[in-house]
Design a protein around this ligand. Structure first.
Ligand code: PLP
Length: 386
């Protein structure tokens, strides 16, 4: 990825042009979403509308459908809806299950917790596998849950847990769920396009994500890879559904169009972003994320900071670290990093809101901005009293 300048200290931020896409309101945007827009995405912002039933719009649907399948490593289906990542929670639930169905959910952080609560609110019988935040749900735990509490209609797995910077072992968890005959549903909101999510090879049924993460686009599109098995399950589901009915979207997509008026600008953006990804090469893109994730974690540790996630299961999209000693709470650290160094990171979530900080490194990102972030965090960590 292109970095137009190579800042090595906080003073170097002034050399970044105010129009640099990596800046938001003059600050470096290093939160785990919404992320920095790809320059090619920004260029799409002024593109005029076309009639959404026109050949141009049909071409866009076909191109997106084809290219999104490449990114998800699937020959089955990829659909998108106007909506955010959590719309994918609801869509996966109402298409794959029926009220009262028993499901199992991995809860290793705030997003797993919310997914489980969404399923319960919609009327599913939810078995939670809760682990300490920052640790992974292992295949052994999932297998035990199936043996002792199953059968389950589906396993709901959070891949990259954005609240803790941990990635659950998706491939292995999916294999366990499939061995028990369950559907495999994956929250890949912060992993899609940052870490491999091989839908066909890993036999996944529904993989949901949101445009504002590693897709390098504004928020507003929910993207879902959907298996043939999931399409069959959608026929069996007794949930009432309209907007989220995958059968309607599948039919529209097959007809090179959309069920409702599409979010055309966001589709232009995603089209440009996915083109940029394919140009970089998917292997190179994943390798860059792995390298940068390692660099972030190593850089923090080398400066005496403590990374939250079990080092055996790192997310390559986001790193969470413990609040440095001497600081009252994460909000204070966050505000000072923003105001004194011009870098916007995120505080923790849930019960870790004030004891943890999080740095995003997914999408349009390269090493210079991470070096600057590590340096600024390390410098501020030494000055709790100002
Ligand atoms: N799941 C994960 C892992 C997330 O990181 C997020 C948002 O950050 C969501 C779900 C919810 O997505 P949204 O806020 O786009 O609805």
């Amino acid at each position: 990825m292109v970095a137009t300048s190579t800042p090595t200290s906080s003073t170097a931020f002034t050399r970044i042009l105010p129009t640099d896409p990596r800046l938001a309101n003059g600050k470096w945007l290093r939160i785990p979403g919404p992320t920095v827009l790809h320059p090619a995405v920004i260029e799409t912002a002024n593109r005029p509308m076309v009639p959404h039933r026109s050949p141009e719009a049909a071409g866009l649907v076909d191109r997106l459908s084809h290219n999104l399948k490449l990114v998800h490593a699937t020959e089955q289906h990829v659909f998108w809806w106007t909506g955010t990542g959590s719309a994918g929670w609801e869509a996966s639930i109402v298409n794959l299950t029926s009220p009262g169905d028993r499901i199992v959910v991995t809860v290793s952080g705030d997003f797993g917790d919310r997914y489980a609560k969404t399923a319960a609110r919609l009327g599913l019988d939810v078995h939670r596998i809760d682990v300490e935040w920052g640790t992974a749900v292992t295949p052994e735990m999932l297998d035990e849950a199936f043996r002792e509490h199953g059968p389950f209609r589906a396993a709901f797995i959070t891949h990259s847990e954005t609240s803790t910077g941990l990635a659950n072992p998706l491939k292995e968890l999916a294999a366990v769920a499939r061995s028990h005959g369950a559907l495999v549903v994956v929250d890949a909101v912060s992993s899609a396009a940052a870490m491999p999510v091989n839908v066909d090879a890993w036999d996944l049924d529904w993989v949901l994500s949101g445009s504002q993460k590693a897709w390098m686009c504004p928020p507003g599109l929910m993207i879902s890879a959907v298996s043939e098995r999931a399409m069959a399950a959608a026929e069996e589901s007794t949930f009432p559904r309209f907007i989220w009915d995958v059968r309607t979207v599948a039919e529209a997509t097959a007809n090179h169009t959309s069920a409702q008026t599409p979010a055309l600008s966001l589709q232009y953006a995603l089209d440009a972003a996915v083109n940029a990804m394919l140009e970089e090469g998917l292997e190179a893109m994943y390798a860059r994320h792995a390298r940068l994730g390692g660099h972030m974690r190593d850089g923090l540790i080398a400066n005496g900071l403590r990374v939250l996630a079990d080092p055996a299961y790192p997310s390559q999209a986001v790193t969470a670290f413990h609040l440095p000693d001497g600081f009252e709470n994460a909000q204070v650290f966050h505000d000072r990093l923003r105001d004194e160094y011009g870098i916007e990171i995120a505080i923790g979530q849930g019960h870790l809101a004030q004891s943890v900080l999080r740095v995003g490194h997914m999408g349009y990102v390269d090493q210079p901005e991470l070096d600057a972030t590590i340096e600024a965090i390390a410098d501020l960590a030494k000055k709790p009293q100002g």
